[in-house]
Design a protein around this ligand. Structure first.
Ligand SMILES: Cc1cc2nc3c(=O)[nH]c(=O)nc-3n(C[C@H](O)[C@H](O)[C@H](O)COP(=O)(O)OP(=O)(O)OC[C@H]3O[C@@H](n4cnc5c(N)ncnc54)[C@H](O)[C@@H]3O)c2cc1C
Length: 285
């Protein structure tokens, strides 16, 4: 089903204008709606929108969101098969329910499995790629399903293989039995840590810039004296300098200008060129 949608309703930042072609996949049959797509430069695949800022002018092309949400644990194979729309904190809870370890770090990351594959989401020295066995995608050009092994996905820091017009459909994950007390303890400490160090998961998209091998982006922004600095209401969080908060009613353009301002200040003051982690989609000029 193709709908007109205000993009502010489908991202954690809660801004963005209209998209006239918003396609939701609620079953694999819905992939048929994608058969007539041909301008592959103008397709954006959306997960939970927790790493994205859409332009206030909207998005001229097509946005496709996968709501496929099945999950299945096969204890004999030591494997979980999960579809792309599954919410990461729910995945952490699913692992806990079955006394499985190594997914605790996902508890505070408000994205989807598809987004976690693409971004190689991570925290506390864990990354999504560490638990991936293989990834099933749908190729919009050839209209075929494909499978990529974990190695073929080329996971690295907040990055994976360029999927080139492929939609992540489902993922097979490693499911290792663990000690329930340890799993529980980890989950609790991660939740506490986030509450203490980061703003709540609304009106932001997590870390704005990537960390470097030898620096923390947040520390550099803090050192530059930019905590609390704002552009038209969008501000660098006082709690964590690598989170930028855009209160209700603010504009994506203000975030864009703030991000560029901070990048320039850090570069001139400290000689480090920060790389954006959040994605600006649409026209920002
Ligand atoms: C409060 C908060 C805390 C956060 N903490 C962390 C953290 O600790 N670690 C971390 O890594 N990130 C963190 N993030 C950022 C974000 O949650 C992750 O990057 C997450 O993986 C994005 O998933 P998503 O489903 O929201 O993807 P989106 O933001 O919707 O999209 C991100 C990218 O994934 C692609 N994509 C999404 N779904 C698919 C699919 N099915 N097929 C192909 N491509 C797809 C999109 O095209 C886009 O390129 C945080 C965000 C917030 C708001």
């Amino acid at each position: 089903m193709i709908n007109r949608i205000k993009l502010s309703t489908v991202t954690t930042y809660k801004f963005g204008g209209y998209c006239e072609n918003f396609i939701e996949l609620n079953s694999k049959e819905d992939l048929n709606h994608l058969k007539n797509l041909n301008n592959f430069n103008k397709i954006f695949i959306l997960g939970k929108g927790s790493n994205v800022a859409f332009s206030d002018k909207g998005y001229e092309g097509t946005v496709v969101r996968s709501n496929l949400n099945d999950i299945n644990y096969n204890s004999e194979k030591g494997e979980i098969k999960v579809e792309a729309g599954y919410y990461l904190p729910d995945l952490a809870r699913f692992y806990k329910k079955h006394d499985l370890e190594n997914a605790e770090f996902l508890i505070g990351i408000p994205g989807s499995v598809g987004g976690a594959v693409k971004m190689n989401a991570g925290a506390y020295e864990n990354e999504f790629g560490d638990i991936v066995k293989d990834v099933q995608t749908y190729n919009l050009e050839s209209r075929k399903f494909e499978i990529f092994s974990s190695e073929e996905m080329e996971f690295s820091y907040r990055k994976s293989k360029d999927l080139k017009n492929r939609i992540v459909i489902s993922v097979n994950l490693k499911a290792l039995p663990g000690n329930p007390n340890k799993i529980n303890k980890k989950l609790k400490s991660y939740i506490r840590y986030r509450k203490r160090t980061q703003p709540a998961g609304i009106y932001n998209a997590g870390s704005v810039f990537k960390n470097g091998d030898d620096y923390s982006a947040g520390e550099l922004i803090d050192k530059a004296g930019l905590k609390g600095y704002s552009v038209d209401g969008v501000r660098v969080s006082e709690k964590h300098a690598n989170f930028f908060i855009a209160p209700k009613g603010s504009k994506a353009t203000s975030l864009y200008n703030l991000v560029n301002y901070v990048k320039e200040k850090v570069e001139t003051q400290q000689g480090v060129s920060l790389e954006k982690e959040i994605l600006f989609i649409g026209d920002f000029e």
